[in-house]
Design a protein around this ligand. Structure first.
Ligand code: HEM
Length: 147
């Protein structure tokens, strides 16, 4: 299980590299005016999105594998760990955010993203907030044994 958890964390870090940096690239892309610079951003965004997909898939695979291990070895694991329910809600929001990044990458690739750089800067903060929430839940494990 510790091996699964280790790879789960490596996958999370890989995923977050994209979740934090891709929207930052969108900010610079939205502010760029030179066509050659905008084309370069498109290539960077497309490549970073591929890495972000890989991180998301591996996070899911190793997260589920870790969860399956606990469910097989500790009866009532889900009832003992309500923090995990809250974590999974935040993780679900993170996958929604990821889906929106796919949409924005496509819009930028086709030069039809009309979001202001201010909107994109605020949007860029969302994964950091979710990260703080998830890490507090997995480390502090509030509501443990409640219910
Ligand atoms: C499909 C999504 C996910 C599932 C099913 C999942 C499930 C799990 C499970 C079952 C554990 C083991 C808990 C324990 O040992 O008591 C774990 C550990 C952990 N997860 Fe996830 N997770 C997912 C996504 C994430 C995400 C997105 C993050 C970070 C943003 C994350 C961060 C962590 C960390 C840091 C640990 C280690 C906690 C520790 O032992 O101190 N997980 N995860």
């Amino acid at each position: 299980m510790l091996w699964l958890k280790a790879f789960h964390i490596v996958a999370v870090v890989t995923w977050f590299a994209g979740l934090l940096y891709l929207p930052r690239l969108f900010v610079y892309h939205a502010e760029a005016t030179e066509p050659v610079v905008r084309e370069r951003f498109k290539v960077m965004e497309r490549r970073l999105l591929v890495m972000t997909h890989i991180g998301a898939a591996l996070t899911f695979i190793f997260g589920m594998a870790t969860l399956t291990w606990w469910l097989m070895h500790v009866p009532g694991y889900m009832k003992l760990n309500y923090w995990l329910h809250a974590k999974l809600v935040l993780v679900f929001l993170l996958y929604g955010y990821h889906g929106y990044l796919v949409r924005l990458t496509r819009e930028f690739a086709e030069d039809r993203c009309r979001r202001s750089s201010r909107w994109l800067r605020i949007f860029n903060e969302v994964p950091a907030l979710l990260l703080i929430g998830i890490v507090i839940l997995v480390v502090v494990q509030p509501f443990k044994g409640v219910g």
